[in-house]
Ligand binder design. Sequence first.
Ligand SMILES: *[C@@H]1O[C@H](CO)[C@@H](O)[C@H](O)[C@H]1NC(C)=O
Length: 319
Amino acid sequence: SQKPILLQGHERSITQIKYNREGDLLFSVAKDTVANVWYSVNGERLGTYNGHTGAVWCVDCDDTKNVLTGSADNSCRLWDKQLALLNTNSAVRTCGFDFSGNIIMFSTDKQMGYQCFLNFFDLRDPQQMDNNPYLSVPCSECKITSAVWGPLGEFVIAGHENGEINQFSAKQSGEILKKAKEHTRQINDIQSSVDLTMVITASKDNTSKLFDSNSLDHIKTFRTDRPVNSAAISPIMDHVVMGGGQEAMDVTTTSTRIGKFEAFFHAAYEEEFGRVKGHFGPINCVAFHPDGKYSSGGEDGYVRIHYFDPHYFDFELEA
Ligand SMILES: *[C@@H]1O[C@H](CO)[C@@H](O)[C@H](O)[C@H]1NC(C)=O
């Protein structure tokens, strides 16, 4: 099988990776201050976004090559077609374009006396780009640690520090439409299926769970023996991938169970069927290419674009 492509463009641990809808581009952000964009086919770097002065926690892109990043420097930046700098009172933890690309959301950390907010901006209104969100929802109870748009731009599904997930309406008052409390510890990541009808969570409680996006009904649970930092749903197979592990400084023993993992699960059977090797240290983020290949970003500062053995794609038939 082909060797993975190793992307070396960051000096600190990777915090998020994301493919554009076509899959030709892969964006990466890290605890250093830059965002990178790569050609996914060969791992060549197309460009670097310079401007942030702190760790970059999140990245998203839309169909027209607009890119959104959020940083610990208390700002969210919109790059390319229209440049905008949205200043905040605390770190920007999560960000995303809705499916139309017209609305963006980002959440800010509960930090330095400020509470967590979920902010919404309509990019078609220049006044809002002057730092006037049309909706700013305070989340006084519990900080948002991960968030994605639901289908049709109606709501955002947010994961919280206490393990809850909430649907926040993107309309009117931003009320909570649905809640789910299936995790016992912090949600580290939420990603949606290609058709946006399902989301998968990754939690510090050592599990990932599938939920119906609209009802927030819990569908499946995937268990490991380590904290899960990121999880994604295959666009072409009934599979999910999970990545995680603990940093050495977080652990008090030298048990062999501690450390990184990158594992594939059958979604239907909730069973692990494969492990991936490569990174040194924990896996911080995983993402699927639209064709079913996948990539991971590590605490080691590298992004790896993986290849599968050709028989991987026949697996469903053989099983
Ligand atoms: C998760 O895994 C870690 C490391 O193996 C373990 O110490 C911890 O107790 C587990 N947590 C839960 C909630 O199972």
